[in-house]
Design a binder for this molecule. Sequence first.
Ligand code: MG
Length: 321
Amino acid sequence: MSRPRPAKVVSRMQLPVPPPSDAVVLFDGNDLSQWRAAGGGEAQWIVKDGNMEAVAGGGPIYTRRGFGDIQLHVEWAAPTPARGRGQGRGNSGVFLMGKYEIQVLDSYENVTYADGQAGALYGQYPPLVNAGRPAGEWQAYDIIFRRPRFKPDGGVLRPARVTVLHNGILAQDNSEVWGPTSWLQHLPYESHPDRLPLSLQDHGNPVLYRNIWLRELDEEPRKGPAQYDTKPLVTFAPEVLDRYAGDYLEPRGGRNRIFREGSTLYVVFNLLPPIELLPHSQEEFSLRWTAAKIVFDLDAGGSPEGMTFHIGGEQRRAKKQ
Ligand code: MG
């Protein structure tokens, strides 16, 4: 209780937030077909008026499918009128992979320990803000979760990380999860599958949920090969490079200047600082650190008459003056 509690911030986020086109919809207000009870049977929560309601004694519910790295949207509302206090008021929870809890609690004018209030990574990190709305009002969590990575021997390669927006306001900023969340204990990581069901907690309070969807994230973000060159592929004597120097005029009036300094050519596009050119051949030069290139039109003697600047799928021609 001595841990500082975050400041209250009033969110003006509008809800609901409809699922995007690539979302996996886990609850659209109709049924619990995407969910099951802890033991594997039908989920024992109530579906009413487009919402699902946690049932005291019904136990936690789990998604039928497993998920790893996700962007998750969950809308919830604490029971109204507000009853109980501290951890006894509107308590539920979003358990990522069934193990890592983002606390759901009625934290509107309800004091409890900082790492146990709404938006906390339970028992580990308090939220950065108290963005809680009054009981009965809809609230949202937008969660970005990167699951833990384990080594073949079961050790932790990378802990899980979680970012949480509570009603659109940053509550967890890429927090490094210490291990499964628990009451009064710090549990160590134990190697587990890459995909596990998401679960919602029954903590004895009839918390409402609606509009639950997620996007499965690429586990290894795509990295293309580097498209720029760092070394010239050919070298030319200064007197050859001097043939390229001069002004190149685009049809619409853009003026590009090429000049030599030492053994290097540079191009100046209008008023931009000079950019180094790396020769690949007599015709083709790339712009250092970029995927852009210049292809020169050479006359019979090997002197440029014009150039074509290539960048991002577009081309610009310019005539040498
Ligand atoms: Mg809870």
